[in-house]
Design a protein around this ligand. Structure first.
Ligand code: GLV
Ligand code: MN
Ligand code: MN
Length: 411
């Protein structure tokens, strides 16, 4: 890789870094259709245009920058990219590294003077994290046909604003035809992503190939009791929903530990949320994941039963709603073989990793052959400002991605 491509990586990365950064926490708040998200989208269009790539946006806001192949024939095009939105106070790499690497892979492939037989598209998928509308991977779910546009438009954020109204307020202009990019025009999707655990941290390799995504889902627990005065209500007279919630969160940890799965209550909303009041309602969101569907089901069932018992003890009700579920995904083995072969041709052996994190690749895998590359994260921390990746590893990632794309574009 020449200094010029490295320089383009730096320039792209440095110009994205300030967007949506909360200086008090050091984390990113790039939620769908907020000014930070719009600025990220503007950044992407500028980067694409600076590379002579034409950008198309669909009715969900998914962006695709095209490097057209011979005779502008887009059939069988190869897709790469990731997302630019973040979780609350997320790190800089989760999503953006795949987008910047996709753009810089175009620079590197041009430098290598390859002769592509088909077009390459670099995508930014809408709202991968689901931080605003509660459903993860909205853009890729629409692309893969797992979600219908009217259902996506009707999703509401915590202020009751629908996704459609959020898009209208953002003044992005909804497409009259309301169409989604045609996924069938693509022959393969490869997503590069920062690793989100310690799978590579202690290994002598900057890059891994993704094998599978654990099944995972989100469930909303609504514990409902009775609001009352914190200073006058006798303990025996209370119907306090905080207590069964707390018992359920502790039980979830034990159940996950005993089963080899993961269970997290990372988001809670309390009503009326008064320091001097017994709450009336505690809404809590469970994120549960496991290496296989049976284990996940067992974890979810056991937590549900603990919640029911704890609610009964405190004489409150509990309603549990499944908000999303993504089954286990195994990435296409033929594509994985081609990816490993191409990277080995560059003299690198590459470890394989499964992941508990959700990705647009996990969704698109249901529609087209899909693969993933992970870039080492020295801290192993993600969904936090502590997320990290060394520059040298990121550049190795660009190089590996370009090598894989070259294989898919030219053979
Ligand atoms: C997305 O990063 C997820 O795993 O929830
Ligand atoms: Mn994430
Ligand atoms: Mn991500």
């Amino acid at each position: 890789m020449t200094a010029a491509v490295k320089q383009r990586f730096h320039a792209a990365w440095d110009s994205l870094l300030p967007i949506g950064l909360d200086v008090s926490t050091g984390g990113y708040r790039r939620y769908a259709w907020t000014p930070a998200d719009l600025a990220c989208r503007g950044w992407f269009e500028e980067q694409a245009h600076a590379r002579d790539l034409s950008v198309e946006r669909d009715a969900a806001g998914n962006l695709v920058a095209w490097w057209d192949g011979p005779e502008h024939d887009r059939r069988g095009a190869v897709l790469t990219g990731s997302h630019l939105d973040s979780v609350p106070d997320g790190g800089p790499f989760d999503g953006p590294l795949g987008v910047v690497s996709g753009l810089c892979a175009v620079d590197l492939l041009r430098e290598r003077e390859i002769n592509p037989k088909r077009a390459l598209a670099v995508a930014v998928f809408t709202d991968e994290e689901g931080a605003r509308f509660g459903l993860a991977c909205i853009g890729s779910r629409l692309l893969s046909g797992m979600l219908e546009l009217p259902d996506a438009y009707a999703l509401r954020d915590s202020a009751g604003i629908t996704m459609r109204d959020a898009m209208l307020a953002a003044d992005v202009g909804l497409h009259a035809a309301e169409t989604i990019h045609d996924i069938s025009q693509f022959s393969a999707f490869v997503e590069l992503h920062v690793e989100q655990g310690r799978g590579l941290a202690d290994r002598n390799s900057p890059i891994a190939l993704g094998t599978s995504v654990w099944p995972h889902g989100r469930w909303r627990y609504a514990f409902r009791g009775e609001a009352n005065h914190a200073g006058t209500t006798r303990l025996v007279d209370r119907h306090d929903p905080m207590l069964p919630f707390a018992a359920t969160a502790i039980a979830a940890r034990r159940i996950a530990q005993d089963s080899g799965g993961l269970a997290t209550f990372g988001r809670v909303s309390v009503e009326p949320n008064a320091t001097n009041g017994v709450p009336s309602t505690v809404n809590a969101w469970l994120d549960a994941r496991a290496p296989d569907a049976r284990t996940l089901q067992a974890v979810v069932d056991a937590i549900e039963s603990e919640a029911a018992s704890a609610a009964a003890v405190h004489d409150v009700s509990v309603d549990i709603t499944s908000e999303s579920y993504t089954p286990e995904v195994r990435f296409d083995s033929a594509l994985r073989g081609r990816m490993a072969g191409a990277i080995a041709g560059d003299g690198l052996s590459i470890p394989e990793l499964s992941t508990g994190a959700g990705h647009d690749a996990g969704i698109l895998a249901a529609a087209i052959p899909t693969g993933m590359l992970f870039v080492r994260n020295r801290t192993g921390v993600s969904h936090s400002p502590m997320e990290s990746a060394d520059l040298a590893d990121c550049l190795d990632g660009v190089s590996a991605l370009a090598t894989v794309l070259e294989e898919l574009l030219c053979r």
